[in-house]
Design a protein around this ligand. Sequence first.
Ligand code: C5P
Length: 310
Amino acid sequence: MSVTVRVPAKVNVQLGVGGLRADGFHDLANVFFAVALGDEVTATAGTPGTGVTLGCSGPDAAAVPLDDTNLAARAARLLAAHHGLAAPDVHLHIAKAIPVAGGMAGGSADGAAALVACDALWGLDTPLPVLLELAAELGSDVPFALVGGVALGRGRGELLDPLPVTGTFHWVFAVADGGLSTPAVFRECDRLREAAGTGSSDTDVPTPDADPALLAALAEGDAVALAGALANDLQPAALSLRPSLAATLRAGTETGALGALVSGSGPTCAFLAKDADAAAAVAEALRASGTCRTAHATHGPVPGASVLGG
Ligand code: C5P
């Protein structure tokens, strides 16, 4: 018996980063947006005694760690422990389409998908608020992958409020060679703030807020206004660690994107397009530009982790 869950990647249309907290995290004003580019995680009942095992397929499968650090494996164990099930036996197969270590929360998405898949496979019916708590234990971006759509994440990103949105927005994602480490990008953001003399702690940096113009653009379905309001406080840090991303961002905007930004901690770059045809053209131009490994046209918002056929 097996259960397959489809789960979206995210782009942060606004990523406001506050100062470094005593616990090592940063307070965020994080406007998450779920896109149709997604992974599928299939949970299959394992033979007794095999434990939690992992497999992965897709062009970037070799870059996915198949050990205990994988959030899908950690999610299965956490859910089992929460319900007092000792030593679960389950095989989790990840069909990987989300760029690995790309700033699109692909690992977090697989963690969320594994929670939902194992919950269904084991017939647990865990209430959503409990799944959200378990998700937050796994990582700051995991709760959003459960809910999808568009949401404002406060705290370290785990405290979610859904946001109103009208219609569909069309996106292109330019995938870089190799990933960036999220903690390293946050550290670089702190270093740049120290170097600029503004300080980097949560007593130096004001708590960020969602931009009213960006929220209005989402609510009104206005792609031009959203493009003008895209903002990512981690972008200078990602560009500092990966200067070549400046050429990727330029290539996308020169070929007709309405707006561009680094997705989360990068190095994937996100481009907003006028419609599906414009997105296809921007993706084609980016692939031809030589400034990225590949580019995908997609759309959103889409729902969070959902059981296929369920
Ligand atoms: O929560 P998650 O495990 O995804 O976070 C990975 C790392 O990213 C954290 O250990 C921290 O260094 C950094 N981070 C942060 N502030 C956040 C979220 C993540 O500094 N709000």
